[in-house]
Design a protein around this ligand. Structure first.
Ligand code: SF4
Length: 673
C-alpha cells in the first residue's frame, strides 16, 4: 500500500519554519523529511531535526508516557506513574493552597520555546494568568535586550523586513547572527541567492561569514564602536540621508557630534576590524538599498542593548528604510500577520499580574521561600538552559518548593520536579506556526495520536483549569475553536483545513516594504535616535560608541552560541546527535592555546565567575585572539561533570531588559588537574 503523505510545519525556535512532509504507513510514521515543494525547506530539514524527528521524538522508550510523582529525593530521578486525575488533583490542590497563602505571586511560571507553535506557546498562559502567577519573563533568557533597544528607537522589535525584499537589495548586512547554525536554510539558499552583496559581522568566522563578500570580525563586546565608525564614514562621505533624519527622526543633532572622532582608524584600534573593511562595509551598506539583519548574538553581552541601538541606527542614518530592499529585521512577530497572540494567551484574564522576574534572577528567587513556593516549568529545561546552574540546581532541591515540570523527555529539570507531566510532540496535535523570519503561516498538523498518555500543552492546561475549579470558558476553549478564531481574526481568508492541505500560506502577494510611510510606532511617530524613554529608564539618551574592555590577566572572553547539531537544548538526548557532537569542547585560537601550554585534545579546566567545568580543547583559527568558544545546549545529566557551560555563567543582567549576558563572560583556562 502506498504511503500517505501529510504536510506539517516545524515549530522549533528557528528562523526557518520549515515545511515538513510526513510519510505514514498503516497509521505509523515511516519518515519525517522536508517538504519538497516548500520554498524554505526544499525537501531537506536541518541535520538536528532530520535526525531527532526520525529518532528520539518518536521513540516510546525515550519519551515520557505517563504523569509521574516523585518518590525519591529531589534529583534522584525516582518517580512513580500516576493517573492524570491524580497528578492534576495534586497540582491543583498545591497551587491553590499557595495562592491562598502567601499568594499566587509566590507561584512562578518559567517557560520558553520548547515549542514555538502559537497555541503550544501561548495557551497555557490563560490558566496561569487566571491564577495570577508570577511569570519569569521568557525573553530574558534570550533576546530581551535587543527588543527593548529597538522599541526605544523604532517603536517595535517585531515588525522586520520581508525577506522576499532581498531581491531589491544591493546589500544585506547580517550582524551578530549565524544562520549556518540557527537559520540553516537562509544560509544555504536565501543569502547565496540574494543578488546583492553580503556583509557578515560576527566575532567568529562562521560558515556564513566564510561565504560572505565581506566579513567584519569585531572583538566581542565592541559592536557599538564598530557601528559608530561605520556611521562616521556615512557622514564623511555623503552617505547620510539628511532628509530622512530631518523629517522622520529626532535626536540627530545630539548624535552627530559623536561621530566626528570615531574614525575607521579608531574603530580598528578598538574593535580589531581593519579600517579598510570598515570603509568598505560603510560604502556597500550605506549606498544601498540595503537590508540589515540584526541577530541575537551580539546583544547577549553586558551592554547589549546599547549595541543594538548603535547598530540599528545605521538603517536610519543611511536612509535604508521605507523603500523596497531596505529595512532591518530582528524578529517578525506573529502580530504583523494579524495573528492575535494576546487572544491565545488570554491577556484579558490577567487582572493585575505580579511583576515578572528575569531568568537572570530565577536562581536567587527560587532560593527564597518568601518569594517562591511553587514552580511550573513548561516548554523549558531550566536546569540546562539557565545561568548560575549549580545555585539553581540547589534551589530546585528545596523540599518546600513544589515543582511541576512538563516535557517530552526526562530532563535535568523533570528529575528535580515533584510532579512530571508528559507533553505530546508537534506531530501529535494541530497548531499554527508563524515564522519569525518569513511572513508566512504554517499549519502544524496532527499526524499521529500522542504517544502513551502524553497530551498537548493546551489539553494539559484545560484539564488543570478543571481540576482547580475554574469554569471560565476561555480556559476550556478547544484547540479547533482557538485556531479557527485566530484565523478569522487575522482575516487571511483561509481555514485550517485549507492551510493544512497547502502546508504554508504566504502573507501578501508581493514583498512588503517595512515602514512604507516612514511612520514609526514610537511616542513621537519618528525614529527616536535620542530617546526620552531610554533616558527615563536610566540609559543614555543616544547610543554610545562603547566597547567592553578586553579581558586582562590571561582571561578569555567566552562565547557559548548555538551548535548546528542542537536546537537550544532540545535533542541533546538523541544518541546519534550526541555521537556526532562528541564530548564537550572549548575552542580557542592556536596561539592562545600555545600560550597556555594547551594542545588539541587536552583536558582543560575553565573557571568562570559562577563555577568551573572541564572541557576538551580544540583549536580554531576562526576565532580572534582572546576568545574561547563552547557551544550551548548539552544536558548536564548526560555529562560526566553533571554540568554544562552554563555552570560558568553567573547570570549578570544586560543593560536593557535584564536579559542574558552569556557572551560577556570571562574565564581562565588551564590544564585540568
Ligand atoms: S529547526 Fe529550523 S531548520 Fe531545522 S527543521 Fe526546524 S525549522 Fe527547519
Amino acid at each position: 500500500m502506498a504511503d500517505m503523505r501529510v504536510l506539517t510545519t516545524c515549530p522549533r525556535d528557528c528562523y526557518d519554519a520549515c515545511g515538513i512532509e510526513v510519510s505514514l504507513r498503516d497509521g505509523a510514521v515511516r519518515r519525517v523529511r522536508g517538504d519538497r515543494d516548500h520554498p524554505v525547506s526544499r525537501g531537506r530539514l536541518c541535520r538536528k531535526c532530520a535526525t531527532a524527528y526520525n529518532g528520539v521524538l518518536l521513540d516510546p522508550r525515550a519519551r515520557l508516557l505517563t504523569p509521574l510523582r516523585r518518590e525519591g529525593p529531589k534529583g534522584s530521578g525516582r518517580f512513580t506513574p500516576v493517573s492524570w486525575d491524580e497528578a492534576l488533583a495534586e497540582i491543583a490542590q498545591r497551587l491553590m493552597a499557595v495562592a491562598a497563602d502567601p499568594g499566587a505571586n509566590a507561584i512562578l511560571s518559567a517557560h520558553y520555546t520548547g515549542t514555538f507553535a502559537l497555541l503550544g506557546y501561548h495557551f497555557p498562559n490563560r490558566f496561569l494568568r487566571r491564577l495570577g502567577v508570577r511569570e519569569v519573563d521568557p525573553d530574558t533568557i534570550c533576546n530581551k535586550a535587543g527588543q527593548v533597544a529597538l522599541e526605544y528607537m523604532y517603536g517595535t522589535s517585531l515588525d522586520g523586513f520581508d525577506p522576499r525584499s532581498a531581491g531589491d537589495a544591493a546589500c544585506i548586512m547580517v550582524w551578530g547572527a549565524n544562520p549556518s547554525a540557527s537559520a540553516p536554510h537562509q544560509h544555504e539558499h536565501w543569502l547565496p541567492e540574494a543578488p546583492g552583496r553580503v556583509i557578515v559581522v560576527d566575532s567568529v568566522r562562521t560558515p556564513t561569514a566564510r561565504q560572505a563578500d565581506l566579513h567584519l570580525q569585531p572583538f566581542p563586546g565592541s559592536d557599538a564602536a564598530l557601528a559608530f565608525s561605520i556611521a562616521h564614514v556615512f557622514r564623511r562621505d555623503g552617505l547620510l540621508d539628511r532628509g530622512l533624519l530631518a523629517g522622520h527622526a529626532i535626536g540627530w543633532e545630539e548624535l552627530e557630534p559623536q561621530l566626528e572622532r570615531h574614525t575607521p582608524g579608531w574603530g580598528e584600534r578598538v574593535t580589531g576590524v581593519p579600517a579598510a573593511a570598515i570603509e568598505q562595509a560603510a560604502h556597500w551598506y550605506g549606498t544601498g538599498p540595503s537590508l540589515l539583519w540584526i541577530g541575537q548574538g551580539f546583544q547577549r553581552q553586558p551592554r547589549g542593548g546599547n549595541a543594538v541601538r548603535a547598530v540599528a541606527q545605521l538603517a536610519a542614518l543611511s536612509g535604508n528604510l521605507g523603500r523596497p530592499g531596505t529595512g532591518f529585521l530582528y524578529l517578525n512577530g506573529a502580530g504583523n500577520r494579524m495573528l492575535d497572540e494576546d487572544y491565545i494567551a488570554g491577556a484579558d484574564l490577567a487582572g493585575s499580574p505580579p511583576d515578572p522576574i528575569s531568568h537572570m534572577d530565577l536562581a536567587e528567587c527560587l532560593e527564597d521561600p518568601r518569594r517562591s513556593r511553587a514552580l511550573l516549568c513548561w516548554n523549558i529545561n531550566i536546569a540546562a538552559s539557565n545561568p548560575d546552574q549549580a545555585r539553581l540546581r540547589r534551589a530546585l532541591t528545596r523540599t518546600d518548593l513544589f515543582t511541576v515540570a512538563i516535557d517530552l523527555f526526562a530532563t535535568d529539570t523533570t528529575d528535580l520536579a515533584d510532579i512530571v507531566l508528559p507533553a505530546a510532540s508537534f506531530l501529535e496535535s494541530d497548531d499554527l506556526v508563524a515564522s519569525y523570519f518569513h511572513l508566512s503561516l504554517g499549519a502544524q498538523v496532527k499526524v499521529i495520536e500522542p504517544l502513551g498518555q502524553s497530551l498537548p500543552n493546551t489539553e494539559i492546561f484545560r484539564r488543570l483549569a478543571a481540576a482547580a475549579g475554574f469554569n471560565d470558558p476561555e480556559l476550556h476553549e478547544p484547540d479547533e475553536q482557538v485556531i479557527a478564531e485566530v484565523l478569522r481574526r487575522a482575516g487571511l481568508g483561509i481555514d485550517f483545513a485549507s492551510l493544512a492541505r497547502q502546508g504554508t500560506a504566504w502573507i501578501d502577494g508581493e514583498p512588503r516594504v517595512q515602514f512604507p510611510d516612514l511612520k514609526f510606532p514610537t511616542p513621537s511617530g519618528k525614529i527616536e535616535l535620542a530617546s526620552t524613554r531610554a533616558e527615563a529608564d536610566g540609559h543614555p539618551r543616544v547610543p554610545q560608541p562603547h566597547a567592553d574592555p578586553r579581558p586582562a590577566d590571561g582571561r578569555l572572553r567566552l562565547l557559548t552560541p548555538a551548535s548546528p547539531w542542537l536546537l537550544n537544548d532540545s535533542f541533546a538526548n538523541e544518541a546519534r546527535l550526541a555521537r556526532r557532537i562528541g564530548p564537550a569542547t572549548i575552542a580557542l585560537h592556536p596561539a592562545d592555546a600555545a600560550e597556555r601550554g594547551l594542545a588539541a585534545g587536552d583536558r582543560a579546566l575553565a573557571r568562570g565567575p559562577a563555577g568551573q567545568l572541564e572541557l576538551i580543547v580544540t583549536l580554531s583559527p576562526d576565532l580572534p585572539r582572546g576568545v574561547a568558544f563552547s557551544a550551548k545546549g548539552r544536558w548536564p545529566k548526560l555529562e560526566g561533570s553533571g554540568a554544562n557551560v552554563n555552570a560558568l555563567n553567573p547570570g549578570t543582567p544586560s543593560d536593557m531588559g535584564a536579559s542574558t549576558t552569556v557572551h560577556g563572560l570571562e574565564i581562565t583556562l588551564t590544564h585540568a588537574p
